[in-house]
Write a protein that binds this ligand. Structure first.
Ligand SMILES: [Zn+2]
Length: 366
């Protein structure tokens, strides 16, 4: 929000970051409530200065390779900026990898619309498909149309750190996307086109990995079960990601680290302890001591978002005044269970003992 009484000097540049904005809808789309705050800030600043710049976000920084339905919003947003006092735009996408969702197409569309903000980003995207995907173009366009229609139908407004659910992804979507890419691969007229299509099919496989599994408690492991015929989804994804050089699956994680997570958590299953009675099931990640499931059994409602994510977000965890690191396990925890109580103990770096007891009593359940 601009200051009420101050005005920046002529030699001061103001750069606004639209980080909170919805990526499905243009900045001035009256149907998108999420963008109204930034729109107001922008208009306020444009009255204060003619040295206005924007830092904008063009991917999901937690999941570079999940389908990101932003291609209709890019053009009109840049157009609005150009006509409302903005001098320049820095557009940040998945710079850590050239195999994020539609990397090649996305860079093309962004560059074309930055060069000339009168361009229609959706038409640019369709053009790229026709120029780059040969006879498979109609199927790739079907993918683009599907992810954008899905976003509109579900009424989602994801920003640039969205979870799979916030992106409108679920098992049904994953299966649809896989079928579109199977068709696209069959339509490819030569190996070059086929490889291009295969590369962007990574988004469909990642959707399946993140949003397509059913979770099953199997002894002391929480396992992901993928639908037929995709039981080997993790292997297929790893092979594709390595072939097409997915160097980083998100803003913070290198491929080698993610591969280990896939093999340990997605394939073998996450080591867990569970606490259960007739109403609730609480599941704890043994490595991090986090609560990753809070299931109310009578209605099968899970009160944590962990199941839609990758166990790094949407979980309950505690910090110890030590460095917090999403990627690494903070354990080891010593976990003991008696009747309806779970006790987690962990020795901290300063030698003190941290203990957390979690009782599940009938009194607090209903
Ligand atoms: Zn929106």
């Amino acid at each position: 929000m601009p200051p009420k009484h101050l005005k920046p000097a002529d030699n001061v540049q103001i750069q606004l970051a639209d980080i909170e904005d919805c990526r499905v809808h243009a900045i001035n789309d009256p149907n998108c409530q999420r963008n109204q705050g930034f729109l107001k800030d922008l208009n306020g600043w444009s009255e204060k200065t003619d040295q206005l710049f924007i830092w904008t976000y063009m991917t999901d920084f937690r999941y570079f390779d999940l389908p990101f339905p932003s291609l209709k919003a890019i053009g009109p947003t840049f157009n609005y900026y150009a006509h409302h006092g903005v001098k320049g735009v820095f557009a940040q996408a998945h710079g850590g990898s050239t195999s994020g969702d539609l990397s090649d197409l996305r860079v093309y569309v962004i560059a074309r619309c930055l060069w000339n903000p009168e361009r229609d980003s959706w038409q640019e995207a369709l053009d790229f498909c026709r120029l780059h995907y040969g006879k498979a173009a109609p199927a790739v366009i079907e993918y683009l149309e599907f992810i954008h229609q899905n976003a509109e139908q579900k009424g989602i407004h994801p920003a640039c750190f969205a979870t799979p659910r916030q992106l409108g992804l679920d098992r049904e979507v994953a299966l649809k996307l896989l079928s579109i890419f199977e068709k696209a691969l069959n339509m490819a007229e030569n190996e070059t086109i086929r490889q291009r299509v295969e590369k962007i099919s990574l988004s469909a496989w990642r959707t399946l990995l993140e949003a397509g599994a059913e979770f099953k408690v199997d002894g002391d492991r929480l396992k992901r079960v993928y639908p037929e015929p995709y039981q080997n989804a993790v292997d297929r994804y790893i092979a594709l990601a390595e072939k097409h050089k997915l160097t980083m699956p998100d803003e913070r994680t290198r491929w080698s680290e993610f591969k280990t997570i896939l093999q340990e958590q997605y394939q073998k299953g996450l080591p867990i302890s569970a606490l259960e009675n007739q109403f609730w099931r609480l599941v704890f990640d043994r490595q991090n001591g986090r609560i990753i499931e809070l299931l109310y059994k009578p209605r099968q409602i899970n009160f944590l978002l962990a199941y839609e994510a990758n166990f790094r977000y949407g979980t309950f965890e505690e910090w110890f005044g030590e460095k917090m690191e999403h990627k690494q396990f903070v354990g080891p925890w010593k976990i003991s269970k008696s009747n309806n109580q779970l006790t987690l103990q962990r020795k901290l770096e300063n030698g003190s003992l941290y203990q957390r007891s979690l009782p599940l009593t009938q009194k607090i359940l209903k």
